[in-house]
Design a protein around this ligand. Sequence first.
Ligand SMILES: Cc1cc2nc3c(=O)[nH]c(=O)nc-3n(C[C@H](O)[C@H](O)[C@H](O)COP(=O)(O)O)c2cc1C
Length: 145
Amino acid sequence: MSMYRLVYYSRNHIASDPALYENAVNDILAKSRVNNARDDITGALLFNAGCFAQVLEGPLDKVEAAFERIQQDDRHGDVSLLGIDPVDQRSFPNWAMGFVGISDADAVRFAGIGSDSGFDPSRLDGEQIHMLLRDLTMEEETAFC
Ligand SMILES: Cc1cc2nc3c(=O)[nH]c(=O)nc-3n(C[C@H](O)[C@H](O)[C@H](O)COP(=O)(O)O)c2cc1C
């Protein structure tokens, strides 16, 4: 079955209240992990106070259906699709939804992004976001093994 990778970024709408924020992020992750395991989707979600960036990979119909639901979610906004392309293999085979909060230091270290105004994925293209998430989740895997 052919596989697709979708990359988008969006503006975080839940960052204003720290208590709400943690619950909301936990809820998003829990829901994602259940739904994505069911739908044969893998990927990773990156966030900071300003933005989300996410990679979803799996069968085209499932990835599109998940993205439809995600776009309706008012916990974020200005959802910008950066790419949806066929791929030979998964970059996140072990992650129904890997998750990385990112500091500006990490962003600079991994992607060489200037951080005067904080990490801003709108300055990256889909492939740069994909590579950044792949490197960050790989580092997490290594740390836990
Ligand atoms: C930034 C962000 C990322 C999300 N990622 C996923 C995801 O990967 N998979 C998913 O099923 N839902 C994801 N969601 C949640 C969906 O927007 C939606 O709440 C959920 O899919 C609804 O599932 P349900 O119909 O089973 O209740 C995400 C939401 C946000 C705000």
